[in-house]
Design a protein around this ligand. Sequence first.
Ligand code: B12
Length: 214
Amino acid sequence: MSKQELLEQAAQSVVDANRDMAVEVARKAVAEGIDPVEMINDGYSEGMSRVGELFDRGEMFLPELIVASDAMVAAINVLEEAMPVENQSKKLGTVVLGTIEGDVHDIGKGIVATMLRVYGFEVFDLGRDVPIKNFVEKAKEVNASIVGSSALMTTTQVGQKTLEEELKKAGLRDRVRTMVGGAVVTQRWADKIGSDLYAENASEAVMKLKEMFS
Ligand code: B12
């Protein structure tokens, strides 16, 4: 089967909320030596953006959205196992990452965490719905060089501004860089709240951080 066909099947498996198909396609891609990152970005993520459009138009509802998300996560788990961790003699930086409190969207944040690990960063993934104080405490505890936060909703996006403020109050802002992302986040927002880095997707996050830390 061609790469293009596998990418299309991966996208379709998410649209169809078909977990078995999503996992099977991921296994096939691994067996055929297709780049797992490409499968995630151009296959499964493409499917999830189609799902987002269907949800927006009222043609898909929350229960189906949950099953579609499960299918995507299951496929990503298969692909993650096939990702070689880059052989770094020295780690590029220590990242504390999480989804802002009140927000359960964690698929994209998980992809960012995986990609950063693959490219030589040490990542402490705090999960989703993470209270601001937990980001600050973890950053202190592990002497983080980067604190990254994800927000998928306008209601939780404001938490990224609070995080900037709390890092300042804790006296950490001089030695920690911050990065923000998530569907509602933009470069303009990052500039407004004083975050050091915005990335539209996981690959861009890796590229920009590598530039900053190498
Ligand atoms: C899947 C999904 C869900 C799943 C989430 C499952 C999970 N475990 O994550 C479920 C079904 C649980 C869900 C629930 C809800 N959802 Co929802 N959901 C989505 C959907 C369709 C896709 C999100 C996704 O996973 N995309 C795929 C990933 C790969 O993309 P991504 O998250 O954007 O991540 C990439 C980049 O943004 C970036 N990135 C992400 N994080 C970070 C962090 C850093 C530091 C960096 C640098 C980069 C970065 O890199 C990632 C990889 O390339 C979006 C629609 C959309 N257009 O985004 C709605 C959406 C986000 N949901 C929405 C809503 C309203 C809800 C609910 C409130 C619905 C409800 N009525 O209950 C609840 C929220 C509950 C809560 N308190 O959080 C709205 C938010 C509206 C808004 N603007 O505020 C959206 C936009 C849909 C809509 N148009 O209405 N949802």
